[in-house]
Design a protein around this ligand. Structure first.
Ligand code: HSE
Length: 381
């Protein structure tokens, strides 16, 4: 049996989760003979090495990406500038690569996939989008006879956690953010979480798998959750909605409309029960209508579990003596919906007198209103 040697780039939260899962020696993994032999870490000290007696720790990531004894490189160190050349190096040295790096793959995924194919190796990154939820595999494999028309998801756990805390528990924004940081799922700089960048990166990757298109960050209409004010929460409550941070990609006349931002969600929709840091993705297609997958979108073992599943795909190909298939083979010309074709329903809450409202109603062409009472004073919304 061919032994498969693995080199880790990063041994933090997710890296240690991968070691943990492999140490459990699940029977399904036994046949693949997987061994983590080396790991690159930022700080190397004897106590840390003592924790991992079977793994050679090094501070030189490049010594792993070009080590002739390594078959698979798993990248869980994050970052783009320093990490991108390492992945290029690994692929050029004939290593299969598994990565959890959404920032990097949202931008360089297509280029790195091409490089992987040229070097006859696999590049898989299930863990980059919604942690434990195997959405990329499902999109790549389960819709061959179908056409996806919309993919929508709660793909950022930090902003879902913050909005859940604010809507359900009446906590303030700063307090909820601090709790998310404490629990460890916010990015080092939470700007990417709360301003919708993290969700936009994931949406770009989802778009490649769902529609075969390769949009850019600038194609996403992005709004953070930081723009929400107490009146937005009050209006949502008044109309019986909850607020959810969604990333939505949908086809409008074969053009892709991409949005990230806070949405009003009806309590009847399954998204409303996806609370705290959990993630979920809904896929609409011609054959199956709406299918939803939900679960933990971050964390050590949930994310490591997706990496192990990619490792199994690669390990199985190695043992069968074949080249791993490209992660997705769907390719379509990229057509982005122009802003004038992009339509969205809006809830506009106005605080005004009944007389002024009657005037505004005519001016704005408002067709649906619902009375709203605040402090005993009736208004119209
Ligand atoms: N900061 C991310 C989130 C981690 O909150 O979803 C997982 O990508």
């Amino acid at each position: 049996m061919t032994r498969i040697n693995i080199g880790l780039l990063g041994l933090g939260t997710v890296g240690s989760g991968i070691v943990n899962i492999l140490q459990r020696k699940r029977p399904q993994l036994a046949a693949l003979d997987l061994h983590i032999t080396r790991a690159a870490v930022r700080n190397l000290y004897p106590k840390r090495q003592a924790l991992y007696p079977d793994i050679e720790l090094t501070t030189s990531a490049v010594s792993i990406t070009q080590d002739p004894d390594i078959d698979v490189v798993i990248e869980v160190m994050g970052g783009v500038k320093d990490t991108y050349p390492l992945l290029v190096n690994a692929l050029k040295h004939g290593k299969h690569v598994v990565s959890a790096n959404k920032d990097l793959l949202s931008e360089y995924g297509p280029e790195l996939s091409k490089l992987a194919q040229q070097n006859h190796v696999g590049l898989y990154y299930e863990a980059a989008v919604t942690g434990a939820i195997p959405i990329l595999h499902v999109l790549a494999q389960s819709y061959a006879g179908d056409k996806i028309t919309r993919v929508a998801g709660i793909v950022n756990g930090t902003s879902n956690y913050i909005l859940t805390q604010m809507v359900r528990e009446g906590r303030g924004y700063q307090e909820a953010l601090a709790a998310a940081q404490e629990l460890g799922f916010a990015e080092a700089d939470p700007t990417n979480d709360v301003e919708g960048f993290d969700a936009a990166y994931k949406l770009l990757i989802l778009s490649r798998f769902a529609f075969g298109m390769t949009p850019k960050l600038a194609d996403v209409k992005r709004q953070g959750i930081t723009t929400l004010q107490s009146g937005d929460f009050a209006a949502a409550r008044h109309f019986g909605y909850t607020l959810k941070p969604l990333a939505v990609g949908m086809l409008r006349a074969e053009q892709l409309d991409l949005r990230v931002g806070p949405y009003l969600v009806s309590p009847n929709h399954a998204f409303s029960s996806v609370i705290y840091e959990n993630n979920a993705v809904v896929v609409d297609s011609l054959n199956t209508k709406e299918i939803m997958l939900s679960g933990p979108g971050a964390g050590s073992l949930p994310t490591a579990n997706s990496i192990i599943s990619d490792l199994v795909t690669i390990g199985t190909a190695i043992h069968n003596g074949i080249e791993p298939a490209p992660f997705t083979s769907l390719v379509a010309p990229t057509a982005i919906c122009s802003p004038d074709r992009s339509v969205a329903a809006r809830l506009i809450a106005l605080k005004t007198s009944p007389e002024h409202f009657a005037e505004l109603r005519g001016q704005l062409g408002i067709t649906y209103t619902k009375p709203y009472v605040e402090d005993g004073v009736p208004y119209n919304c």
